[in-house]
Design a protein around this ligand. Structure first.
Ligand code: HEM
Ligand SMILES: *[C@@H]1O[C@H](CO)[C@@H](O)[C@H](O)[C@H]1NC(C)=O
Ligand SMILES: *[C@@H]1O[C@H](CO)[C@@H](O)[C@H](O)[C@H]1NC(C)=O
Length: 318
């Protein structure tokens, strides 16, 4: 091997050590070669029954990763020694997909003959497969995350962004996770699929003096969201909630963002440029979304002998 070859190898080693050390797309190739195919089969079957589940699984991964790390902490049920994140304000009556994750876990453990695939990895792969099933981009999911031994509901309340955040708060919230402005705008594109509850955008659609909402859009959304009550009514996050497309961004350009936090990305601030670009360039949005999903999925994972591989995603092993 010439000196150029050795430098190359050296550079590779340094690179491998400096990025999220032990995650790898091939992590289960030996211990459970059919893991990925099994997860995809169950996700596809679940989405045949209910397309919205794709949106719910994507959000589940996001809410898992922003609290501690992507460690399956959000899956833990309340128990005497468990500080369950399910009861935290951003999650309660809102985050869904737990039964689906249980069904995937059962199928994967059956396929492997033993519990070797972590719940955190199952959530990460299910999120990717959901996006693909709804017409979005694909990406290689890094694997080998381990499951946490506890949750943290306080941290969930602190770290998960509010739909009432302004741009400055959103940027700070993502920065706290090592994600930059471009990641913020790309990942917010997750709102191209799924539904939201009336009480979270009521302020926005009934604020008649606002110059940041399209009046026709406000009127339309008022139809399923009365001025008082109706808190559990659902509305789509963009005009095509079952399709992973760029409509979320075109809607923002037209002042048709559902949440304050959506429209904040296109109100004259530093993110306007990215919203404009993504609204016009599906390929760029797909590439950036995939890149940022990998980045979000790699936030300081538990690896090696940290944490555990849960047998039941809802509780720590006995
Ligand atoms: C930027 C800050 C964000 C805020 C403030 C935010 C807030 C919210 C809220 C309040 C809901 C509705 C919950 C409900 O009514 O039950 C929601 C839904 C959703 N969010 Fe976000 N979110 C953000 C970022 C993201 C990211 C980064 C993703 C994924 C990459 C994402 C994916 C989703 C999806 C798919 C839904 C619909 C879920 C369903 O239909 O079950 N969100 N978000
Ligand atoms: C939960 O998060 C809070 C806020 O960061 C922190 O102060 C606390 O120590 C955490 N609890 C546990 C059990 O890790
Ligand atoms: C909207 O503006 C009108 C006239 O300036 C004012 O009377 C009213 O209180 C404002 N409403 C809101 C929700 O700010």
């Amino acid at each position: 091997m010439g000196s150029r070859g050795s430098i190359c190898v050296l550079a590779l080693v340094v690179f491998a050590l400096s990025t999220s050390a032990q995650l790898s797309p091939n992590f289960y190739d030996e211990t459970c070669p059919s893991a990925l195919a099994t997860i995809k089969a169950v996700v596809d079957a679940e989405l045949m029954r209910e397309q919205r589940m794709g949106a719910s699984l994507l959000r589940l991964h996001f809410h898992d990763c922003f609290v501690q790390t992507c460690d399956g902490s959000i899956l833990l049920d309340p128990a005497p020694n468990i500080d369950s994140e399910k009861t935290a304000i951003p999650n309660a009556f809102s985050v869904r997909g737990f039964d689906t994750i249980d069904r995937i876990k059962l199928a994967v453990d059956n396929a492997c003959g033993k519990p070797v695939v972590s719940c955190a990895d199952i959530v990460a792969v299910a999120a990717r497969d959901s996006v693909v099933a709804l017409g979005g981009p694909s990406w290689e999911v890094q694997l080998g995350r381990r499951d946490s031994l506890n949750g943290n509901s306080t941290l969930a309340n602190i770290n998960l962004p509010s739909p009432f955040f302004n741009l400055q708060q959103l940027i700070a919230n993502f920065q706290n996770q090592g994600l930059d402005v471009r990641d913020l705008v790309a990942l917010s594109g997750g709102h191209t699929i799924g539904l939201a509850h009336c009480n979270l955008f009521k302020n926005r659609i009934y604020n008649e003096n606002s110059t940041t909402i399209n009046p026709a859009f406000a009127h339309l959304r008022q139809g399923r969201c009365p001025p008082s009550g109706g808190d559990r009514e659902l509305s789509p996050l963009d005009f095509t909630p079952r399709q992973f497309d760029t409509n979320y961004y075109s809607n923002l350009v037209n002042k048709e963002g559902l949440f304050d936090s959506d429209q904040a990305l296109y109100e004259g601030g530093v993110t306007d440029g990215w919203v404009n670009l993504y609204s016009q360039n599906p390929q760029l949005f797909f590439e950036d979304f995939a890149t940022s999903m990998v980045k979000m999925g790699n936030i300081t994972p538990l690896t090696g002998d940290e944490g555990q591989i849960r047998v039941n995603c809802r509780k720590v092993n006995d």
